[in-house]
Design a protein around this ligand. Structure first.
Ligand SMILES: [Fe+2]
Ligand SMILES: [Fe+2]
Length: 343
C-alpha cells in the first residue's frame, strides 16, 4: 500500500510505503466500491511509481522533458486546427480499437500490453461496479483511442505530443505537474515530522521517503517567459470553465474533438472524462480549480470514479475479447449512431 503525504513546510512530497505481509499480487478494496485494486502493475511495481527500479525510468524522464518544453499555447492551437478537421480517415470505433493494438504508450510506467487489453480491462471493471451507467463502460473502451495519433496513418506524432499527463497551456504551469526529478531515501520513523508520524498511526518497520525536485523543464518552454501566459490566469478568467481552457495536446483532447464533432450522444460527464483523464494535476492535486465552473465541479466527481479504474485496471487480468465484443458493439451503436465516424 502507498500513502502520500504533502509536506508544505518542506516543499516536497513524501510517499510512505508500508510493506505488508503479502506484498506481491495482494489487493486493496477501494472504499465505496467493490473494485479490487491490485498493489502492483504489469511490471510488479507500484502504480505510477516513476522512480521504480525500471529500465524505462530514463525514457519516461526524457519524454517529460520534451513534453514540457514543446507544449506551448501556439503549438496546441496549431494541432487543434490541423487535427480538428477530422479529415484523416473514416472508421468505426471498433476498427479504431483494433488499429490501436499496434501502439505502445512509452510514457506509461504501468503498462506494457496492447492497448485494447487496457481498454477492455478498464471498461469491464467499471461495468462490474456500475452496471447501470453504460455510457461509462463505453468511455472505458474509447477514452484512449486518440492514441492513434502515434500511428503512421495519423502522421505518427512523437510520444510527447500524444501521451502522458496533460496540463493547461496559456497560463502558469502548476508545480504539481509531473514529471519531477525524484530522489529517494530510507528514513527512520523518528526522523519524520511528528505530524506525519502521527498520521501513519500504526507500527511500521521502515519508511521510504520520495523527495520530488522540480526538474525545471518548463523553464525552457517559451510560454514560461511570456507575460500573456505565465500568470495564474494568463489567457483565461476566474471560473471560465475548462471547456474554454487549452490543454496540452495529446490523445485526450483529440478524442474529445472526435466525439464532439461526430455528434456522439454522450452526456457532458463523458466528454469531460475523455478530455481530462490525463489531467493529473487537477484530479490528483486539485490544481487549476480557479478555472472551473459549476458543471466542471459536478463532472469532476465522475472523472475521479473513472480514474481509479483507468489507473488500476492495468494489470494481468485477461479479457476474452470475443465474449465481450457484442456488448460493446451495442454501446457503440447506441452512442455513435453513424456506422463510420470521422477521424
Ligand atoms: Fe489515456
Ligand atoms: Fe487509459
Amino acid at each position: 500500500m502507498t500513502i502520500s503525504y504533502e509536506m508544505p513546510a518542506l516543499g516536497y512530497e513524501v510517499e510512505k510505503k508500508m510493506q505488508t505481509q503479502n506484498e506481491k499480487g495482494s489487493v486493496a478494496n477501494l472504499s465505496g466500491s467493490g473494485f479490487l485494486m491490485p498493489d502492483t502493475n504489469s511490471f510488479g511495481h507500484n502504480f505510477r511509481d516513476y522512480d521504480a527500479e525500471s529500465a524505462r525510468r530514463e525514457g519516461v524522464e526524457n519524454f517529460y522533458r520534451a513534453n514540457h518544453i514543446n507544449q506551448t499555447y501556439d503549438f496546441v492551437n496549431k494541432m487543434r486546427e490541423a487535427y480538428g478537421k477530422l479529415n484523416r480517415m473514416e472508421m468505426s470505433i471498433w476498427e479504431c480499437c483494433e488499429l490501436l493494438n499496434d501502439v505502445v504508450d512509452e510514457s506509461d510506467p504501468d503498462l506494457d500490453e496492447p492497448q485494447i487489453e487496457h481498454l477492455l480491462q478498464t471498461a469491464e471493471a467499471i461495468r462490474k461496479d456500475y452496471p447501470d451507467q453504460d455510457w461509462l463502460h463505453l468511455i472505458g473502451l474509447i477514452h484512449d483511442l486518440g492514441k492513434v495519433l502515434l500511428h503512421p496513418t495519423f502522421g505518427g506524432l512523437p510520444q510527447w505530443a500524444v501521451v502522458g499527463d496533460t496540463f493547461p497551456v496559456g497560463c502558469a504551469f502548476d508545480e504539481s505537474i509531473v514529471h519531477h526529478k525524484v530522489v529517494y531515501a530510507n528514513v527512520k520513523m523518528h526522523q519524520l515530522p511528528t505530524k506525519v508520524s502521527l498520521l501513519i498511526g500504526c507500527p511500521v518497520k521502515y519508511v521510504t521517503v520520495f523527495i520530488s525536485m522540480d526538474a525545471q523543464y518548463f523553464k525552457e518552454n517559451l510560454d514560461d517567459s511570456n507575460p500573456l501566459y505565465n500568470t495564474k490566469y494568463g489567457a483565461y478568467s476566474e471560473g471560465c470553465g475548462l471547456n474554454n481552457v487549452m490543454m496540452s495536446w495529446g490523445h485526450d483532447d483529440y478524442m474529445y474533438l472526435v466525439a464532439k464533432e461526430n455528434n456522439a450522444n454522450l452526456p457532458s460527464a463523458a466528454l469531460f472524462i475523455i478530455r481530462y483523464h490525463s489531467f493529473y494535476s487537477l484530479h490528483r492535486s486539485g490544481a487549476y480549480r480557479h478555472l472551473m465552473n459549476d458543471e466542471d465541479v459536478e463532472n469532476l466527481k465522475w472523472l475521479r470514479i473513472f480514474n481509479k479504474y483507468d489507473l488500476y485496471s492495468k494489470s494481468k487480468v485477461r479479457i476474452d475479447i470475443e465474449i465481450v465484443k457484442p456488448y460493446y458493439l451495442s454501446l457503440i451503436d447506441k452512442y455513435f449512431p453513424a456506422k463510420k465516424i470521422k477521424w
